[in-house]
Design a protein around this ligand. Structure first.
Ligand code: GAF
Length: 375
């Protein structure tokens, strides 16, 4: 933070304010948010940090330490460029379209949220920029509103039809806990993480790309299923009604429906397991989630299945599954805290032998959502 402020002063000759937004994990509840279902994410101790000051120019001047680039854009003519700058311009444009008096600003960005790993580096960047621009412009907003603006930026400016989970977790995370989020009402209930257990992330080293067609196709399959069933979204299919719903569906929409309905139920059972400290039950639900994402939502890859299988078979692991949008990214494993280092070493060695390189892996801690940082 100190270095970032010094670099900002050196580049822009002004004293910055500092804002940070975390990446996220998702314990369970995958590919359910855009069907207004249930998710169980937590913000993690990897952050995007933005040093920012007003420049009085009606322009954004942006330097990214991550991408080693510097760009400028007029607030009046922000348009997507199809690269990382969209995650800066998108929030600005979204806030302006909401009628807010957003001022021109200089921004210096640094991040240790891994890119393309399924831990929401893009949501962290957009939430941090949104928080910075709001504060510099003297606009107060709560975390729910920040999440809604950030999702709007990603949907409309970036062009990624994501749900609310990632931006919500980054904006509203709670220290030491996960959030059981109802993606329809946006009611979020903190859920304490189980004692004696940690979440370990192992990167498949396949960089996922979600703006592309597969994610959009899954969303369209879910919407098609809901239309056939004449319900607003698949959230409205109760588990008891699943057999009847499946008789009315076929092909991909049937499989997507089965995933969403069973995954929503698993989220509820996971919250109960966490409250009871039942690691075996929670791990089993994570394993079931992986199978459903692989077979019904069809968002896995053979190599990600191999990584999940390696993790699931490693002593000290209660359960593991692919996390995030899929098609690469990280596997999340529920691990006995006392065994984290040994488990990490074992999985890295076994999966490293499969892919011929050493995969990134790290354990994480649940942290609070985005905020201004005071020295
Ligand atoms: C990505 C999306 F951005 C989220 O909205 C969510 O759909 C997730 O994939 C899958 O659960 O992270």
């Amino acid at each position: 933070m100190t270095d970032l402020a010094a670099a900002f002063r050196a580049r822009f000759g002004a004293e910055p304010r500092l804002f940070r937004a975390p990446g996220r994990i998702n314990i369970i509840g995958e590919h359910t948010d855009y069907s207004e279902g249930f998710v169980l994410p937590a913000a993690i101790d990897r952050w995007c940090v933005v040093a920012a000051a007003p420049n009085g120019l009606g322009r954004l001047r942006v330097v990214s330490q991550t991408f080693g680039q510097e760009v400028e854009a007029d607030l009046a003519t922000l348009t997507p460029r199809g690269d990382w700058t969209d995650y800066v311009a998108g929030p600005a444009k979204t806030l302006l379209e909401a009628g807010l008096p957003i001022v021109g600003a200089d921004l210096l960005i640094a991040s240790d949220v891994p890119v393309g790993a399924g831990v929401s580096s893009s949501a962290a960047l957009q939430v941090a920029v949104t928080r910075a621009l709001l504060a510099l412009s003297g606009v107060e907003a709560d975390g729910v509103q920040v999440a809604l603006w950030t999702r709007a930026s990603e949907n409309r400016f970036v062009g990624m039809p994501c749900g609310i989970m990632d931006s919500f977790a980054s904006a509203n995370g709670v220290e030491g806990g996960a959030l059981m989020l109802d993606c329809r009402s946006l009611d979020a209930t903190p859920a304490t993480l189980p004692e004696g257990a940690s979440f370990l992330l192992i990167n498949s080293m396949v960089s996922h790309r979600l703006v592309g067609g597969e994610y959009r196709q899954r969303r369209e399959d879910c919407e098609a299923a809901a239309r056939t069933l004449d319900v607003p979204t698949l959230r409205d299919v109760a588990q008891g009604d699943l057999p009847a719903a499946l008789r009315k569906l076929s092909g991909d929409p049937a499989k997507r429906c089965r995933h969403v309905v069973t995954e929503n139920a698993r989220v509820g059972r996971a919250v109960t397991a966490m409250a009871a400290g039942d690691l075996a039950a929670l791990g089993d639900l994570m394993n079931q989630s992986h199978a459903s994402l692989r077979d019904d939502m069809e968002v896995s890859l053979p190599v990600v299945d191999q990584l999940a299988a390696i993790a699931q078979a490693t002593p000290g692991v209660h359960g593991a599954r692919l996390m995030g949008g899929g098609f690469g990214g990280c596997v999340i494993a529920l691990v006995d805290t006392a065994a984290v280092e040994a488990v990490q070493a074992a999985i890295v060695a076994a999966y490293g032998a499969v892919i011929g390189e050493v995969p990134d892996a790290f354990a994480c801690r649940a942290v609070a959502g985005a905020s201004e940082v005071f020295a």
